[in-house]
Write a protein that binds this ligand. Structure first.
Ligand code: NZQ
Ligand code: ZN
Length: 389
């Protein structure tokens, strides 16, 4: 195990009705009331009444509130730029994100950009580093990306998607009321479950040894999502099951499953090319296509972790060869994806015509991706090709 230093300042406020405490939490974060910019998406939060409850709670604590809706899935840099131009010099002291990963990521980048004089894209193309950001309070409406506790921010711009991770982007508080997830469309529920499991897999599939404690925690979390994910897919009003799923979702990406080891993240890099190329592609669906292809490719040279995953997580019984065990584990994972109506090929994803050569080149523009097996452009292309079969 490697040395590590871990701090997670996100206060987690969880359970029924907790959105009504948004104002109180915001005041605790700032130490006073102030001007809050409330960011949301295309309308689900307004339709459900959640947005009004959050606004009322903020106003009841003395906040001046400015609303800005319109974040799209696979969120665009243009929304961030437009909002920053509008809000600069307006004395905003807090950003409140009411939404899923796209809204929270947009809020994070707005929070950093309002503390920086240049353009938001400077942080992604290497021209500037994020040194500070306004505090962000996340009110989660979709359990998936884990952005409510993560240091990451993923933004789309001109047909590409890029991510950055900086500690000061971690929201200062996250409100999770699993009742809110009852209105989610089924494909978003399923994509969210795939995504949260993948955030654990990206850390679990590591070459670092002597990580038994974190491995066991990760295996338990993945098994919980495999058990309760189908329950919320079948019945989006199943509050108790949502409690389990959303706890997995938020802990999956707050860093704990990566403690003391090198993380992988190849599947995310390869998927982000797809949802960057076509913003209609849902991130979790892209992952369902890429992950099995990546597992088959990388397990050829690095079998041990894949055997452990097949046995401990997917329940493949002992007795078969390593090769058979790995394939059975991957097949069980594919069966799980199928049961959630997830795509398994680029064709199923509606991306059979995607330019895989240029996506592979762009994916490796900064060098190899992944760590368990570091993948170059030819490797990434081979994975796209396998995902096309
Ligand atoms: O825009 P509205 O009307 O709110 O509808 C949204 C949107 O269409 C809808 N939705 C959300 N909550 C709802 C709801 N509909 C009904 N009821 C509710 N309660 O769901 C749609 C998708 O929302 P989005 O925020 O895009 O989904 P998700 O949370 O999966 O976020 C995906 C984005 O996060 C990035 C992804 O790449 C993608 O851009 N990621 C961010 C990460 C991070 N910051 O740490 C890590 C992830 O790996 C991921 O890359
Ligand atoms: Zn993800």
């Amino acid at each position: 195990m490697q040395n590590f230093s871990y701090s997670n300042p996100t206060r987690l406020h969880f359970g029924r009705g907790t959105e009504n405490d948004a104002g109180r939490l915001a005041k605790e974060v700032l130490g006073r009331a102030g001007k809050a910019l409330v960011i949301f998406g295309g309308g689900s939060a307004r339709r459900s009444g959640l947005l009004n409850r959050v606004l009322s709670s903020l106003e009841a604590e003395g906040f001046t509130v400015i609303e800005k809706g319109g974040v799209t899935p696979n969120p665009r840099l243009s929304f961030v730029r437009e909002t920053v131009d509008w809000m600069r010099d307006q004395g905003v002291s807090l950003i409140v994100a009411v939404g899923g990963g796209s809204v929270i990521d947009s809020a994070k980048l707005i929070a950093a950009s309002l503390e920086y004089e240049g353009d938001a894209w400077d942080f992604f193309d290497g021209h500037a580093k994020i040194e500070k950001a306004l505090p962000v309070l996340a009110v989660l409406t979709l359990s998936a990306a884990g952005s409510e506790q993560s240091i990451r921010c993923v933004i789309s711009h001109h047909g590409t998607k890029d991510g950055i991770g900086v500690e000061c982007l971690r929201p200062r508080a996250a409100i999770i009321n699993p009742e809110i997830f009852a209105t989610l469309p089924k494909h978003q529920i399923a994509s969210g479950v795939v995504d949260m499991i993948s955030h654990i897999m990206e850390r679990y599939f590591s070459a670092t040894d002597a990580t038994a404690y974190i491995d066991a925690q990760a295996e338990a979390a993945m098994k919980t999502a495999f058990e309760y994910g189908p329950k919320v897919f079948a019945d989006p009003k199943d509050y108790d099951s949502w409690c389990q799923v959303s706890l997995v979702g938020t802990f999956a990406h707050n860093g704990v499953f990566g403690l003391g080891r090198v993380e992988d993240w190849a599947c995310h890099a390869i998927e982000h090319e797809l949802s960057g190329w076509n913003e209609a592609i849902v991130h979790g669906m892209g992952l369902a296509v890429i992950i099995p292809a990546w597992m088959r490719y990388v397990s050829k040279s690095e079998p041990a972790r894949f055997v452990q995953f097949a046995r401990n997580v997917m329940g493949v019984e002992a007795g078969a060869t390593d090769e058979e065990t790995i394939e059975r584990g991957i097949e069980k994972l594919c069966d799980f994806y199928r049961s959630l109506n997830m795509p398994l090929t680029l064709k199923d994803l509606g991306a059979a015509d995607c330019p895989i050569e240029s996506l592979a080149r762009h994916c490796c523009r900064k060098g190899k991706v992944g760590h368990l097996k570091a993948l170059d452009e030819a490797d990434v292309l081979a994975i796209y090709r396998a995902a096309n079969d």
